[in-house]
Design a protein around this ligand. Structure first.
Ligand code: TXA
Ligand code: MG
Length: 308
């Protein structure tokens, strides 16, 4: 029996949030765990329920450039990117304003903001009249949720409601672009480096300094099963046969999928493998620089955590 109610009304979600609650919220990328960004008590509950370290900063979700400007400095680059890709799976890293508290920025001088494309998310933000923090609604380090059921799997009983908006269409988290200094992509997503260059007229800096997005380099997005990456469908079939010959129960993912389908179902497939008690996941690592790079990034992080 689930304890946390599944709701379908954006008005109900906004009422809970405005009274200090925390709610699982559908976005086009993954489900977020929302709280009003300026409500320090609610923000603390978001960290607590996820088991997330306090110095991992959160993304503020907004319904307009005006609302984004309350939390961060929308410079020319940020305005171009927002103009071209908002609402959409793009997070902008900006210099923060005093409204962006230390609790949501981890004490940094920057804040991350994004305007999601999911109509229910936008509606809830507008009804709240304030930005909402929304980290992915999973236990810290686990696979991100792409359905309301995934949110309950990780957080049932710990959060006040989950708003069911159906499965997420994109399936991997937003692209994070640092707009404060040189233009850098801190996390690959559906908005690609080529998109960012086209809409800003600037070159993306790919020289890798220390990451400015904490949690980005560590192993993340990890299922329980051990993840093996292979370069082709053929290699996947060969490894599946080898694993089965030694009595392992392996599940294959990514074979025969186009990249949009692969991204949209990646986390669902990882969670299904775990539910089925699979010992191993064999995943095709897609080559390429678009959405492929985002899928590959998540697969590598999942594989990094599974030397267990
Ligand atoms: O697609 C998404 O972005 C989803 C949906 C729910 O909107 N949200 C999401 O949030 O993926 P989360 O908290 O799981 O990941 C946010 C990432 C973190 O890795 C964090 O390090 C980075 O954004 N981040 C946030 N604020 C930052 C800041 N001020 N400086 C550097 N990195 C920041
Ligand atoms: Mg996350």
């Amino acid at each position: 029996m689930t304890v946390t109610p599944v709701i379908t009304s954006t008005e109900d979600a906004a009422v809970i949030l405005r009274s200090g609650g925390i709610v699982g919220l559908p976005t086009e990328t993954v489900y977020g765990l929302a709280a009003v960004a300026t409500d320090h008590t609610a923000v603390a509950r978001v960290f607590g329920s996820k088991g997330r370290p306090n110095d991992h900063p959160l993304i503020v979700h907004v319904d307009s450039i005006e609302m984004a400007s309350r939390f961060g400095l929308m410079n020319d680059t940020a305005r171009r990117l927002a103009g071209a890709h908002w609402p959409g799976p793009l997070t902008l890293l900006l210099e923060r304003t005093p409204l962006a508290g230390d609790d949501i920025t981890g004490g940094r001088d920057t804040v991350a903001v994004r305007m999601p494309r999911h109509p229910m998310a936008l509606s809830v933000i507008t009804l709240c009249g304030e930005g909402l923090v929304a980290p992915s609604a999973n236990k810290f380090g686990h696979v991100s949720p792409t359905t309301a059921a995934h949110v309950l799997h990780d957080l049932d009983g710990l959060i006040d409601a989950v708003l069911d908006g159906g499965p997420c269409s994109v399936g991997v988290e937003s692209t994070i672009v640092d707009c404060t200094e040189t233009l850098q992509i801190l996390r690959p997503g559906a908005i690609t480096a080529a998109d960012v260059e086209r809409s800003t007229g600037r070159t993306v800096d790919t020289t890798r300094g220390p990451s400015r997005a904490p949690g980005m380099l560590a192993s993340h997005y990890a299922p329980d099963a051990r993840v093996h990456l292979v370069a082709s469908d053929e290699e996947a079939r060969r490894l599946m046969a080898e694993l089965s010959a030694v009595g392992r129960t392996a599940v294959v993912i990514g074979v025969g999928l186009d990249i949009t389908e692969y991204a949209a179902t990646l986390y669902e497939m990882m969670r299904r493998a775990d539910d089925a008690g699979a010992s191993d996941i064999v995943a095709v690592d897609p080559p390429g620089s678009g959405l492929e790079a985002a899928v590959s990034d998540r697969l590598r992080k999942a594989a990094a955590d599974t030397g267990r």
